[in-house]
Structures are given as C-alpha cells and as structure tokens.
Design a binder for this molecule. Structure first.
Ligand SMILES: *Cc1c(COP(=O)(O)O)cnc(C)c1O
Length: 414
C-alpha cells in the first residue's frame, strides 16, 4: 500500500500498520479508517495529470488502498455521467439539477465501485473465498468481481430480497443463502461474521465496519463530480442511505480533494432514507450517539437497497453530515415510486426504488426550504430499474390492445 500510512480504529483509537488480512481493529474489533500520506499523493496527482487519465474508479489509484496494479479486478466501473436534468429542474423550479447516473455500471449499481476495490484488496491478501451480507446489490457486485477473479463467493441475503436481484446474483455463480429475519437485529450479518471467523473467508460486506477497503471505492464518485463540474463542488449532494457507507465514502472523497487543494470547500450532504427503515435519520434528529442506535424493528419499504436495520457506518456518516452542514430526510414508499416514474418520464433514466429515493428526498428538502431552488444540486441515482423488475411491473400501465387495423389505431390516437 504505497500511499497508505496506517489504519486507525475509530472506536479505541489504536493505530495499525497495513498488514495482510487486516479487516477490523485487532484490539477491540472496531472499524478501521484508512489514513494516507497526502503529501506524497499530492506529488503524483494534480489537475493536469488527472485530465490525462481515462475515466473510471482506478483513475484514482493513488487514493485507493491497493498496493499493486496487478491485483486490480475491474469490469470498467465508474466514470459515470453527470447529466444535466433540465426537465426536472424546470418542473421543480430549480436553477440547476444534475444527476450522477450510476445505473450504467457493470452490474447496474454504484456498488461496483466499492466492490471492485474490496475484491481487489482481497486478491492482494491472497483470498480464495469471500463472504458478504447484503439485500442484493452489494452481493451482486461482489459476485461479479469474484467471478472475474475466479474466487468463490458466498452471500447471505435477507428474506424478501427482490427476485430479480436474486436471479442476477445467482447468474454470477455466487453461493446464495437466504436467512430468515428474527424481527430484531440483522441475521445476515451475524452469519457473515460467524463464517468469516470459522471458515476464514474474507468478509466483503458493503459497510466499512467489517471491511475498511471497499468504501474507499465510493470516494471516486465525488472525485468525478468535482472534475465534471470543472473543479468545483456543488452546493448539495443528495445521497440515498442504508448503512451510511456510500455517504461516508462520498464525504471522504470531497474532504480529500479539498485537502489536496484540488477544490475549495465541500458540498452539503443530504442523507435520504425510507420511512420504513430510517434508523440513521432518526438518530441524527434525536442526537443519538452512533454506537447506541437501536436496530430498526421489522423494516418495510419498497426500497430494498436501503434496508439496513442497523446503520453500520453511522459513526462516520453522521459526523460527515454535520461537518458538511447537511441534512437528513425520510421519504415514504409512495414518494419513492412517484420519483421513480418522474425520473424515467422526464429524464429518461430508469432507476430502481432505492436509486430514485434521492430525488424523492430532494423534493421534500426543497419544499421545507432546506435546499434552496437557486443552489446547484447533484442527486445520486444509485441503481438501475431492471434490478427490480417486479416493482416496475406494478407501476407500469397496461398497453392498449387493438386489432391489426389502421382504423383502430386512428381512433386511438384521436
Ligand atoms: C446500497 C445502496 C444504497 C445505500 O448505500 P449504503 O452504503 O448502504 O448507505 C443506495 N442505493 C442503492 C441502489 C444501493 O444498492
């Protein structure tokens, strides 16, 4: 790890050298934060150098925790468009609205960014088998990269995960085990932790609490947004939130670019959760310390990608929202589905419910006057609509049926 100096435990403060197979604090099991040598990185990376490189996650190699390029496992993730949403902006009365369209990633969600990094790091550690706990997209992404690397992938998924996601997961050859919910806690995570210790599988869930490497991949979304805006930061970035990992990674990306002197300031970060599973929003509002957040009982929302009964990365996400002078917002399933339709109809982007939740949240933040209509706003569209075909089929209108006669068509279009 050329530019990684050490890993610091966020719970007990102990610092660790970047040794092989290190996933959590050796002393207390706490979450590790990766600390880089930014002075050394600044000698390698500047605006001119970055402009020369091809877009994608690995463009930012020096800011990622993989030591050797030969260990990179890639499907050409990242480098996603930042689309000007003129129709939506007009409809919402906004000056400028931009959509970071993550639906075009190799497995159709942003999770390809962190999982490319997480799996590459596991390869560097010499892993033969990896394990994850996920409601869908993280496991799907991990399975795809594991397939590419020829590594065995085990996935624990909750009951009720979208059928089309389970199909995609199984297509990549993962060993999928569905674990029934106990109503409290998160049984998929308990299984992941047990098998990691017992069988020595390498844990790659999509949260930093059990794998500090993969969230670093999500920093690259922020780097790209800064570059796409001509080395400026937007006023707001709206992020759909489950465990809080994506938001934590995004935040670190902006703070790093500021520290490297590549941009000035950081955007306000807005976290959007579904009303049926909103532990982080609730904790933020009540000022609950991250490690004391209770698990959300019986989560229930159409946004399956946001179902994390316990927000594992609240300890980094909540301070990041505070530091950015950001906001939190919960949205109902009806609001999410409305946003899914609106995104497709007005901007041509087909998102899954979790991917559309950011837009639903933005509408409420605008109405509440928290986000001003004159500000530059980026909404992250994190996952594609074909991932959750079942929900789209319920939203879709039935086609009109006619006889193959022109008169019938004429009558119809009148
Ligand atoms: C995982 C996921 C999120 C939320 O990410 P967290 O890191 O769990 O907060 C948002 N949208 C989609 C589509 C996802 O798959």
């Amino acid at each position: 790890m050329v530019f990684v100096e050490e890993l610091k435990c966020l719970k007990c403060g102990r610092k660790h050298a970047p040794t092989k197979g290190l996933y959590t604090c050796k002393k207390c099991g706490g979450k590790l934060e990766i600390l880089y040598d930014y002075d050394a990185i600044a000698e390698k990376i500047n605006k001119k150098e970055l402009a020369k490189r091809r877009a994608g996650v690995w463009k930012y190699f020096e800011l990622l925790p993989v030591a050797s390029r030969k260990n990179i496992v890639t499907l050409d993730e990242g480098g996603m468009p930042l689309l000007e949403a003129k129709n939506l902006a007009r409809e919402l009365g906004m000056r400028q609205l931009l959509l970071k369209d993550e639906t075009k990633n190799p497995t159709a969600s942003f999770k390809d960014r962190p999982m490319s990094v997480g799996l590459s790091k596991a390869v560097e550690f010499g892993a033969r088998k990896v394990v994850t706990a996920s409601s869908g997209n993280a496991a799907i992404a991990l399975a795809a990269y594991a397939a590419k690397a020829g590594i065995e992938c085990h996935a624990f998924v909750p009951a009720g995960a979208a059928e089309s996601k389970l199909a995609q997961l199984s297509m990549y050859g993962a060993h999928v085990v569905q674990v029934a919910s106990k109503g409290v806690g998160d049984s998929t995570y308990e299984f992941m932790r047990a098998s990691w210790k017992k069988f020595r599988w390498h844990p790659i869930p999509s949260c930093g609490a059990f794998n500090p490497y993969q969230p670093e991949g999500s920093k690259t979304m922020s780097y790209e947004i800064c570059e796409q805006l001509g080395w400026r930061v937007p006023d707001w970035v709206v992020v759909p939130v489950g465990a809080g990992t994506l938001l934590s990674g995004n935040a670190k990306g902006y703070f790093e670019f500021e520290q490297l002197g590549l941009v000035e300031g950081v955007p306000h970060l807005a976290a959007v959760q579904a009303e049926g599973c909103a532990p982080l929003v609730k904790a933020f509002k009540h000022g609950t310390p991250p490690y004391e957040i209770p698990t959300w009982p019986n989560p229930n929302t159409v946004a399956g990608g946001l179902v994390d009964p316990y927000p594992w990365d609240a300890d980094t996400a909540i301070p990041a929202i505070e530091r950015s002078k950001g906001a939190v917002q919960a949205v109902s399933d009806a609001e999410i589905l409305e946003a899914e339709k609106l995104l497709a109809k007005s901007e041509g982007i087909f998102a899954e419910p979790s991917g559309a939740a950011g837009l639903a949240g933005l509408r409420k933040l605008l109405d509440a006057g928290i986000v001003d209509r004159s500000e530059v706003v980026v909404v992250e569209v994190t996952g594609g609509g074909l991932k959750d075909v079942g929900t789209a089929m319920k939203l879709a209108e039935e086609p009109v049926v006619i006889e193959p006669k022109l008169e019938q068509l004429k009558k119809l279009i009148k």
